[in-house]
Design a protein around this ligand. Structure first.
Ligand code: NAP
Length: 246
């Protein structure tokens, strides 16, 4: 069966890296983003561009149904939509909170729902990969809103994996630390900020979207056929180790 990989947030840093790597195999890539113009510029060589706002129910449904009618039901979904708003809870506005929930959690749920429905209608297996963050796994100051949204996403992944295991639909996520993409640009805008950020990670570097994309593509592939319901952390040791304690 020929693979159809749908990538949301395709014009973003992670989405673009993932499409570049996936393009080296014979998978058909369907790129989704809110602006067709931005998509065409960011990822010109894909099977189909779909302009849709998947943070709404209607947007996610229409993106998947356009994919089904023009290319076929997606066999893989890499959901790369999300944003980062850093502020303590008491200084997070309602508008900021709603935007974080919409971008990070609503979009994930609506894409899960639409993609799984299409796979079931087509009676075919599927593999889905979402993107969490280390802030959902360990308390990091000023991340309350994004931690709430991504914590919900991780719980959703486990439940959906259980619901659809019998239909051979696998659902996983990755949890990166700071990654060099437009979303993180303001935290890496000077050499001093970069050095301070890198020092927070035991392995001493800032993550690249390519390494996260490689992990996502592995989780989506048949090589990961026994992996479901998992969130795989990729964070230079940030959440698991304390190398300075001897
Ligand atoms: N960069 C990091 O340090 C970092 C760390 C941990 C987790 N993450 C997660 O990694 C994923 C990829 O992010 P990235 O780093 O590649 O960021 P990015 O370059 O900003 O890309 C994110 C994409 O999400 C879409 N998006 C943002 N807000 C949206 C909204 N309200 N409604 C619909 N779409 C929206 C945008 O799509 P359009 O093209 O349609 O505007 C954008 O292309 C996200 O889930 C993010 O939370 C990033």
């Amino acid at each position: 069966m020929s693979q159809i990989l749908m990538v949301t947030g395709a014009a973003g840093g992670l989405g673009r890296a993932l499409i570049e790597i996936a393009g080296r195999s014979d998978v058909r890539v369907v790129a989704v983003g809110r602006s067709e113009e931005r998509l065409r510029e960011a990822v010109p060589n894909v099977a189909l561009h779909i302009a849709a706002d998947v943070s709404t129910y209607e947007g996610a449904q229409s993106a998947v149904s356009e994919c089904v009618s023009k290319v076929g039901a997606p066999t893989m979904l890499a959901h790369c939509v999300g944003n980062i708003v850093l502020a303590p809870a008491a200084r997070t506005t309602e508008a900021q909170y709603r935007d974080v929930m919409r971008a990070n959690l609503d979009s994930a749920f609506f894409m899960l729902s639409a993609t799984v429905a299409a796979a079931r209608t087509a009676a075919q297996p599927a593999s889905l990969c979402f993107v969490s963050t280390i802030a959902a796994q360990i308390g990091i100051a000023n991340h309350e809103a994004v931690a709430a949204a991504k914590g919900g996403l991780e719980a959703m992944v486990r439940s959906a994996a259980a619901t659809y295991a019998a239909q051979s639909i696998r659902v996983n996520a990755v949890a990166p630390g700071l990654m060099e993409t437009p979303a993180a640009a303001k935290f890496l805008s000077t050499p001093t900020l970069r050095e301070a950020s890198a020092k927070q990670y035991p392995l001493g570097t800032i993550g690249s979207p390519e390494e996260v994309a490689e992990l996502m593509l592995w989780l989506l592939s048949d090589a990961a056929r026994r992996v479901t319901g998992q969130t795989w952390t990729i964070d230079g040791g940030f959440t698991a180790i304390r190398p300075l304690i001897r």
